[in-house]
Design a protein around this ligand. Structure first.
Ligand SMILES: NC(=O)c1ccc[n+]([C@@H]2O[C@H](COP(=O)([O-])OP(=O)(O)OC[C@H]3O[C@@H](n4cnc5c(N)ncnc54)[C@H](OP(=O)(O)O)[C@@H]3O)[C@@H](O)[C@H]2O)c1
Length: 215
């Protein structure tokens, strides 16, 4: 069976994956861009934005694992758009006309709407479903390839609780946010289910890889 993978999911030292006060011009709230500066420096990021340059070191090696082998993504309503996007019937997500997914994307929301086809192969489907049901639909759409779990922290936490995540790459950056949405709450003893490795890189971040022991 195909794997469920999390990539480039970034948290602060105190475990927050987003700051407080998410808004259209502040998708990570008061965290601003501080969580992802490590990634903005990589070639992976430059290429994803259609540009050139960027580092090809260890951070890039981790970041570039985001795309290969992925056939669909699942994300939460909080990643798809800022609070209240459900009130705008024409809202099409935070990534412009050609989103960087290029696969079917299943958006978990309690207020589903008709699917939206974007440029570049991304189609957003909106689901009010349990994690297991959403995964079943995403796997069917992925055509044998893996399913990426894109976040945010609430959705990743729910899938971890259900034991549905096979591989997870978490990046811990040396900042303290103090408030926002935390990843780890309620996941006591998660380490028992995973083989965990940690690698710190010259940029100052620590890459943590979680590999499910039952895979
Ligand atoms: N640090 C990172 O690497 C990273 C990565 C991705 C995103 N983010 C950030 O994370 C933040 C969003 O995270 P979040 O934890 O607030 O929200 P989230 O995990 O994206 O989404 C949670 C929401 O999704 C809907 N939902 C979840 N499970 C559902 C289910 N089974 N059925 C129906 N609807 C369901 C609910 O919204 P409704 O009840 O409103 O429908 C729920 O409140 C954003 O700031 C984003 O920028 C960070």
């Amino acid at each position: 069976m195909s794997d469920v993978r999390v990539h480039n999911f970034t948290i602060s030292l105190d475990g927050f994956a987003t700051g407080a006060g998410q808004a259209p011009d502040a998708p990570f709230g008061h965290a601003g861009e501080r969580l992802h500066e490590w990634m903005f420096a990589t070639r992976f990021w430059h290429q994803m934005r259609g540009g050139r340059g960027g580092s090809v070191g260890a951070d890039n090696a981790f970041a570039a694992m985001h795309g290969p082998g992925i056939g669909a993504e699942i994300m939460g309503a909080g990643k798809f758009g800022p609070p209240g996007w459900q009130d705008d019937p024409g809202y099409k997500g935070a990534w412009g006309a050609n989103p960087p997914f290029h696969t079917p994307v299943f958006v978990l929301t309690h207020r589903p709407r008709p699917s939206v086809e974007m440029e570049g192969g991304t189609t957003f489907h909106f689901l009010d479903a349990s994690p297991a049901e959403a995964l079943s639909q995403a796997r069917a759409a992925a055509g044998g390839r893996d399913v990426r779990l894109g976040g945010g922290p609430s959705v990743i936490r729910d899938f971890l609780t259900e034991g549905l995540v096979d591989h997870m790459h978490v990046v811990q950056v040396p900042i303290l946010l103090g408030r926002g949405v935390r990843l780890w709450d309620g996941l006591e003893s998660l380490e028992e289910a995973y083989q965990i490795e940690a690698v710190s890189t010259p940029s100052g971040v620590t890459h943590l890889t979680f590999t499910a022991k039952n895979r």
